[in-house]
Design a protein around this ligand. Structure first.
Ligand code: NAP
Length: 286
């Protein structure tokens, strides 16, 4: 039987735990001769890698930083969701075509749903305006939040995301870089890469920001599980959510799209947790 592959495209990929959770799911569902593997792809090698994806033994792929937006022109089609978010994290193969999709929005919302958090009517601040921020903002707008405040280092990127959201959700109140509104938000999300291992003592929040006690604070970063952003929020009494659950659910959705099999969530969660523990051990100062 010819081996089939699912690839993870990104750069660098040393710390990704997606292979652990996807390969555990493939084994649990007895999907044989199929492997999910990292394919570290620097930007100058992206076109070459797209040719590999077009090969017969490729079943699909995940896409991560820095290719979630730059991959778009290489694909044959985009799902409506990926087009609206403007970022692709999952590639499907249909009749030899490469179809770009996005499962981050689903993963993000599902991480709230499993905690029985309904964001409808909330005022939300999102730090960041990249692919993950766009997926979170889109999911929240769909879920009926009242207002989204986009806070991003690069103003132009925040404006571009706000413009896209405004076209799709004209009733949604939007603000850009209104840092004073952060303390009034019910849901505060870090969708930047600030605080990720190894720079675990950094936070994207303003210096000495006092997280409101009433807020739910969600960091999409999953390594470390307790980022400085979350540690500071927790210290102020806020409810905190790390990025691992979102990672599991965006992966579960991708698995179902590639294989047609139901995702074994518990198996994926156990594999992801174990892989993260290993990673933390290897990252720990000796
Ligand atoms: P991206 O498209 O490259 O966007 C990165 C964002 O981080 C941009 O808004 C960027 O601001 C901001 N940023 C980077 N360095 C910064 C700094 N030093 N100070 C302030 N802002 C900074 O990446 P992405 O795909 O959106 O991913 C963002 C984060 O979400 C990553 O940590 C990723 O691991 C995480 N994520 C987690 C999941 C999950 O399942 N848990 C899924 C997707 C992403 P500028 O626009 O100014 O550059």
């Amino acid at each position: 039987m010819q081996m089939k592959y699912l690839y993870l495209l990104g750069y660098p990929l040393g710390h990704s735990i997606s292979p652990a959770l996807q390969n555990a799911a493939l084994r649990a569902r007895d999907i044989r001769a199929t492997r999910y593997m990292k394919s570290p792809t620097p930007p100058e090698k992206l076109s070459e890698m797209v040719k590999v994806l077009r090969g017969e033994n490729c079943l699909g792929a995940n896409v991560t930083v820095p290719h979630k937006q730059t991959i778009l022109p290489h694909l044959d089609e985009l799902t409506e969701l990926a087009r609206e978010i403007g970022a692709v994290n999952t590639i499907l193969k249909q009749d030899g075509k490469l179809i770009g999709d996005n499962t981050d929005a689903y993963g993000f919302l599902q991480a709230l749903r499993v905690r029985r958090i309904n964001p409808q009517g909330a005022c939300v601040s999102i730090l960041g305006a990249g692919g993950a921020a766009a997926a979170a903002a889109y999911a929240l707008a769909q879920a009926g939040v009242d207002e989204i405040i986009l806070l991003n280092r690069t103003l132009a990127r925040g404006i571009a995301l706000a413009d896209r959201l405004n076209k799709k959700f004209p009733q949604l109140a939007l603000a850009i870089n209104d840092w004073d509104a952060l303390a009034q938000s019910q849901l505060i999300i870090n969708a930047t890469s600030v605080g990720m291992s190894p720079r675990v003592d950094e936070s994207p929040a303003p210096k000495n920001f006092s997280f409101p006690k009433h807020a739910i604070v969600f960091d999409l970063v999953y390594n470390p599980p307790a980022t400085k952003f979350l540690r500071d929020a927790k210290q102020n009494g806020a409810r905190v959510i790390g990025g691992l659950e979102m990672l599991i659910y965006q992966g579960a959705r991708a698995f179902e799209l590639w294989t047609g099999a139901r995702a074994p969530i518990r198996v994926m969660r156990n594999a992801a947790t174990a892989a993260l523990q290993e990673l933390l051990k290897s990252d720990a100062p000796r």
